[in-house]
Design a protein around this ligand. Structure first.
Ligand SMILES: [Cu+2]
Length: 121
């Protein structure tokens, strides 16, 4: 009986560790918002995540409809906001843009995603 209890507690311990491992950096929200239509060219794309990031290992890119990267390749976390990622943009023409991100949280777990937004005049 004691062994069974120990096994049970050990299993609980593993489950707790597994749960903690789920604390990855998921996209919380973005500006421009996911799937949104914005009037005029945004100056930056900013993403907020659910966990603090290792900014140097993260990637944030913006592509136009022809698949060309249009961002200024200057992605960084905002000062004092280590769960965010920002990349700046040149003036964008009207059209659809795709944001592709790869986030590495401080626990070194990697998450990826992409979404679109549309620029209208
Ligand atoms: Cu994680």
């Amino acid at each position: 009986m004691k062994n069974k209890l120990r096994l049970f507690l050990t299993t609980l311990g593993f489950l707790a560790v597994a749960q903690a491992g789920w604390a990855h950096a998921f996209l919380d929200h973005a500006d421009p918002a996911v799937g949104s239509k914005v009037h005029g060219s945004p100056r930056v794309v900013k993403l907020w995540f659910t966990e603090k990031l290792e900014a140097a290992l993260c990637k944030l890119q913006v592509f136009n409809e022809s698949g060309q990267e249009v961002d200024k390749r200057d992605q960084a976390s905002s000062a004092g906001d280590p769960a965010s990622l920002t990349v700046s943009l040149p003036p964008l023409q009207s059209g659809k843009y795709k944001v592709v991100w790869r986030a590495v949280s401080v626990d070194t777990h990697v998450t990826k995603g992409d979404f679109q937004f549309e620029v209208s005049p």
